[in-house]
Design a binder for this molecule. Structure first.
Ligand code: DHB
Ligand code: FE
Length: 272
């Protein structure tokens, strides 16, 4: 028998992310396919690829390498990882240009719906031996005019102190560090959790191979994911970061915004 420390693999995260994405499409549906818009957009994207090939004199062996890599991304089911890391931030930017209030950020590939509902003052589900610095995150959900929103839902998900997400790593129990907190009659909440670690794109899959081959780093700064919902209000999907956190200025997903950086202060017991 061999014993080895099991770390989640790209295939594991990728295939779970692809399945989660398919389920969310089945729930929410796809966009209308307007022929003219597809024609314009597809032409533009292809034209820009042609331009890049010409500008950099792409060779046949390079073309074959790219073809192989694209096949690999699909076979490892890594498209959600790849797209959410390298593309989603621009889609979010365009979508939120007329929005006011709390800034949004990318949803990423690791959201899972239907998590446990929790009261306004709650501790996220975690293992008995959950590693990491305890963290208390409190606040109030308000309208743009400042009126509290009673019963607003804060759907929260995060990586653990090793940088892995439940539902995408077989070593972590389902639902770990995920929950839907229901704000009180004053829109307030107080969530106890642990500080997440920075997240590194799995290195053993094609996305990781591209990153290594290009000499980039594969890190996102530590973050909490939030989706805040209330009937009659636009849902805010965002992320919260930590002041001084590593990779804050070089997030591979380019999804940080200065307004989203928290500065938690330790209490007498060292709880942030
Ligand atoms: C990815 C992972 C994340 O945790 C995140 O917030 C955004 C993107 C990714 O691997 O694609
Ligand atoms: Fe994340």
């Amino acid at each position: 028998m061999t014993t080895e420390i099991h770390t989640p693999t790209a295939v594991e995260s990728g295939s779970s992310a692809t399945e989660a994405f398919r389920k969310s499409l089945a729930r929410h549906g796809t966009a209308d396919t307007d022929r003219e818009r597809i024609d314009t957009f597809a032409r533009d994207v292809l034209g820009r690829i042609h331009d890049a090939i010409r500008a950099h004199n792409m060779t046949y062996p390079e073309y074959q390498a790219v073809k192989q890599w694209l096949i690999d991304v699909g076979e490892s089911k890594e498209w959600p990882l790849f797209l959410d890391v390298f593309v989603e931030h621009v889609v979010e930017d365009v979508a939120s240009q007329d929005h006011h209030g709390t800034k949004g950020s990318i949803e990423g590939p690791y959201y899972l719906p239907d998590q446990v509902m929790l009261p306004a003052k709650a501790t996220l589900p975690m293992r008995q031996e959950e590693k990491g610095t305890p963290l208390v995150f409190s606040g109030q959900v308000r309208t743009l005019e400042g009126t509290p929103i009673p019963g607003a839902e804060l759907d929260i998900w995060q990586a653990d102190a090793d940088g892995y997400y439940s539902g995408f790593a077989s070593t972590i129990p389902d639902g770990n560090l995920r929950g839907v907190v229901v704000a009180d009659g004053d829109g307030r909440f107080e969530i106890t959790t642990v500080q997440p670690a920075p997240y590194e794109i799995p290195k053993d899959g094609p996305t990781g191979k591209l990153i290594a081959a290009a000499g980039w780093h594969a890190w996102r700064p530590a973050h909490l994911h939030l989706m805040v919902r209330a009937p009659g209000h636009r849902t805010v999907t965002t992320q919260l970061y930590f002041r001084g956190g590593q990779w804050l200025d070089s997030d591979i997903a380019q999804a940080t915004k200065p307004e989203l950086v928290l500065d938690p202060q330790p209490d007498a017991d060292g709880v942030l």
